[in-house]
Design a protein around this ligand. Structure first.
Ligand SMILES: [Mg+2]
Length: 302
């Protein structure tokens, strides 16, 4: 069974608006026996939230076919030897929940040392030394053995300090993704990469990245595709095609797992930007819309 992996935002929809041909494309692929997966770097929403969103948009899909960077991170941690025993997350509860779901112990957000500064320390401009004195005076638990970073809309200096303490004591450093920006309604906000960079600078260490452009997220997709395909007999996976709107993330990750990278020009990448792509970021195929997908040789007979 061939495998199609769709990035979502900029490919199937933009914000809440479905892109032309999205529904028909997925239906046609599924009818022709393709396994259709969805792979996203977003680490804040749970897979169920994506399934609900896909259902609302009429795109189908279920938990088995949605892989987020949070989910892929959890499964990456699960396979480490030795397994993490005490995970500190700088990120969302969605990320914590995915890691707990594979049976690993994750600290509660509320248990953060430094979570509860007195007003003199938390107010900027009142007493610059108060936060330092507060942090220095904390009663600290043993450092975590693993630090995981994702998009954190409640990032604080105390969280950076706790992550730094653990990593300097020898903890593994892993991030769900290094996205520069978090595109929201009408503007950009800082992406997970801003927190990753802060902790890397504070520790002198480089985080292992699970999400795109690294291969681990798509490897998790292909692992699941193999599990499904093996029900139909060994070696039935066949070819894998990634459809994404980013050269730097989707195309690079596709190539790192040996998939065909199809760039669609309905999202992040314009034709002008495409001209600047080099190396692994150069797509194998470029399409202007989802309707063009079926004219590609990789989709012949579909
Ligand atoms: Mg995208």
């Amino acid at each position: 069974m061939p495998v199609a992996v769709f990035d979502m935002d900029g490919v199937l929809y933009r914000g809440g608006v479905l892109l032309p041909g999205a529904k028909e494309t997925l239906e046609r692929l599924r009818r022709a026996g393709w396994q259709v997966f969805f792979g996203t770097n977003n680490s804040t929403a749970t897979r169920q939230e994506y399934v609900d969103r896909l259902a609302t948009l009429g795109l189908g899909g279920d938990l088995e076919h949605v892989v987020t960077s949070a989910y892929a991170t959890a499964h990456y941690l699960e396979r480490l030897d030795p397994k993490p025993a005490d995970v500190f997350v700088v990120g969302s509860n969605g990320l914590r929940d995915e890691i707990r779901a594979v049976g690993l112990k994750v600290r509660e957000a509320a248990s953060l040392p430094g979570n509860d500064p007195p007003p003199t320390a938390s107010a900027d401009g009142v007493d610059p030394g108060a936060m330092r004195r507060y942090l220095v005076g904390l009663d600290l638990p043993p450092p975590a053995d693993t630090v995981v970073i994702g998009l954190d809309l409640h990032l604080t200096y105390a969280k950076l300090a706790e992550a730094q303490r653990a990593v300097l004591a020898g903890a593994r450093l892993i991030c769900s993704n290094r996205d520069r920006a978090y595109p929201v309604e009408g503007r950009l906000l800082p992406g997970a990469g801003s927190a990753v960079a802060a902790i890397e600078i504070a520790t002198g260490r480089t985080a292992l990245c699970v999400g795109k452009p690294e291969p681990f997220l798509f490897e998790e997709v292909l692992r699941r595709a193999d599990a499904h395909a093996s029900l139909a007999g060994p070696g039935t996976r066949g070819r894998a095609v990634v459809i994404g709107d980013s050269t730097d993330y989707d195309m690079v990750a596709a190539h790192r797992v040996g998939a065909t990278g199809v760039l669609i020009l309905t999202g992040l990448t314009s034709e002008d930007a495409l001209a600047h792509a080099s190396g692994e970021a150069v797509p194998d195929r470029v399409i202007g819309s989802l309707e063009d997908l079926f004219s590609l040789p990789e989709l012949a007979g579909t």
